[in-house]
Design a protein around this ligand. Structure first.
Ligand SMILES: CC(C)(COP(=O)(O)OP(=O)(O)OC[C@H]1O[C@@H](n2cnc3c(N)ncnc32)[C@H](O)[C@@H]1OP(=O)(O)O)[C@@H](O)C(=O)NCCC(=O)NCCS
Length: 170
């Protein structure tokens, strides 16, 4: 059995372990990590997946970013325990997270990841829209999704944290 629920502060250590297992040093040293530097995840949108006994086996977070000055959400990390992959936890987290974000009135989601995994959810290549990272590293994996029709119209430029959104990290 699978349960998707909002993360709570007590999930913090398990989430950190999951992210470390899935991404290693990329969790803190990567273009995706730099995109959200100095930010806190968006309260109410960060989810965990739990198995039948309630143990957390997957995590998904969203972060406030800007695309050329326009507010957007960065999706990630999405991580599932290695021994529980291929059971649908990742896609269930994605589906639930995107629905929550849309319901909360967010308009754009951006991520760095494998296009084959995210394309079925409507993500498209960001580069062809003129949306870029500050460096060319990993830029081909940059993808965006309009949560509402037309949300990406006229949006282009560099993705990154906006100074005004920065808050002290926990
Ligand atoms: C990516 C990840 C979250 C997927 O979680 P999951 O629970 O195994 O995913 P699901 O069970 O919902 O989906 C599995 C399907 O996705 C496919 N898939 C998994 N990773 C993929 C990838 N990187 N690219 C393309 N397809 C992928 C599987 O082949 C499988 O396909 P099938 O349904 O046709 O058999 C998990 O593999 C993980 O934690 N990876 C390490 C961290 C990572 O790379 N995170 C993503 C950062 S962008």
């Amino acid at each position: 059995m699978m349960q998707i629920r909002e993360e709570t502060p007590t999930d913090g250590p398990v989430i950190a372990e999951l992210v470390h297992l899935a991404l290693g040093t990329r969790a803190t040293d990567s273009p995706a990590a730099r995109m959200r530097a100095g930010m806190r995840p968006v309260a109410g949108l960060c989810l965990v997946a739990a198995n039948g006994t309630g143990a957390v086996v997957g995590t998904l977070r969203f972060w406030p970013v800007r695309i050329g000055g326009v507010p957007a959400l960065q999706l990630g990390p999405l991580a599932v325990r290695p021994e529980r992959r291929g059971e649908g936890f990742g896609k269930a987290l994605l589906r639930a997270g995107l629905e929550l974000a849309r319901g909360a009135g967010h308009r754009i989601v951006v991520l760095i990841g494998d296009p084959a995994y995210y394309r079925p959810f409507g993500f498209e290549t960001a580069l062809s829209l003129g949306i870029r990272l500050p460096t060319s590293f990993d830029e081909a994996r940059l993808q965006v999704l309009a949560l509402t029709p037309g949300a990406l119209a006229g949006v282009s430029g560099v993705v990154g944290p906006a100074a005004g959104d920065r808050r002290p990290t926990r």
